[in-house]
Design a protein around this ligand. Structure first.
Ligand SMILES: Nc1ncnc2c1ncn2[C@@H]1O[C@H](COP(=O)(O)OP(=O)(O)O)[C@@H](O)[C@H]1O
Ligand SMILES: [Mg+2]
Length: 258
């Protein structure tokens, strides 16, 4: 279980003015094996919250715990998939996927074995020795996903991983992720600004609002799994999407009034 208790993060302002509050008093618990989506407009602190869970951004106050352990930095129990892929440009697909394992001191054989396994799992067979720049955006994101999964984390933190790819590719990646995760029992925290994506993937959706970043509401999705494309034809899917849209629009009106 991940427990976030009154997490607060401020960033120093560049002009020497008052610090900006990126996260104000965020509390949230995420069950083991849950798929939680975090949805909210740009600038509401989604990336900051994910980085705080990863241990890359320190809290000003509050606490984040994994089980009974307070997060004080990155750890082998967590892996992150970044929005902009963050691949090593000079390393081929195999080396990029093995990178995290190498850092953790895995043997050469273990790295090669795991890389081969995950290349197959994410559908990149035949591209083992391609460099990132020789791959499409969708393929690069598959490498990012495989790199994160290769270290076998209990918790996968994904920051708008499919934000930069075209609609068809996004669809395929979503289906593959559902397929991989439905069998894994991993805990996933998935940041998105897409209402459809949040409802399609999540067990729950945490809705955030900006200035300062807060979790406004947590919504139970309640659609059955395994989820396939047909889930989008269920009335519950449309109902949830419309509800989320109303809530996001209300936030925008609040911001305009402020
Ligand atoms: N390293 C940083 N230094 C200063 N301000 C930052 C930093 N990272 C994020 N911020 C600010 O904190 C707020 C939340 O950012 P972020 O977590 O990236 O939002 P989101 O991912 O929801 O778009 C934004 O106003 C952003 O400009
Ligand atoms: Mg972000």
């Amino acid at each position: 279980m991940i427990t976030i208790e009154s997490a607060r993060v401020r960033f120093a302002s560049t002009e020497g003015g008052a610090p900006m509050v990126a996260l104000a008093d965020v509390s949230l618990t995420i069950a083991r094996g849950e798929f939680l989506c975090i949805l909210g407009p740009s600038g509401c602190g989604k990336t900051t919250l994910l980085k705080a869970m990863m241990g890359l951004v320190p809290l000003d106050s509050g606490q984040i715990r994994i089980g009974s352990h307070a997060v004080t930095g990155p750890g082998a129990d967590r892996a992150m998939v970044f929005q902009n892929y963050a691949l090593l440009p000079w390393a081929d697909v195999t080396a990029n996927i093995a990178f995290g394992l190498e850092l953790r001191g895995a043997s050469r054989e273990e790295c090669a074995r795991q890389a081969a396994h995950w290349i197959k799992a994410v559908g990149l067979g035949g591209f083992e020795h391609h460099l990132p720049r020789q791959l499409s955006g969708g393929m690069q994101q598959r490498v990012g996903l495989a790199r994160a999964l290769a270290v076998e984390p209990e918790i996968l933190l994904m920051d708008e991983p499919f934000g930069a790819v075209d609609a068809q590719t996004r669809r395929l990646l979503q289906e593959d992720l559902l397929d991989l995760m439905q069998r894994s029992g991993k805990t996933v925290v998935f940041v998105t600004h897409s209402m459809e994506e949040a409802v399609l993937l999540g067990d729950r959706v945490a809705l955030m609002s900006p200035r300062p970043g807060r979790v406004r509401e947590v919504i139970e999705v309640g659609l059955t799994r395994p989820r396939t494309a047909s889930v989008e034809r269920e009335p519950r899917f449309t109902e949830l999407k419309e509800y989320l849209w109303e809530r996001l629009r209300a936030m925008r009106d609040e911001a305009a009034d402020a």
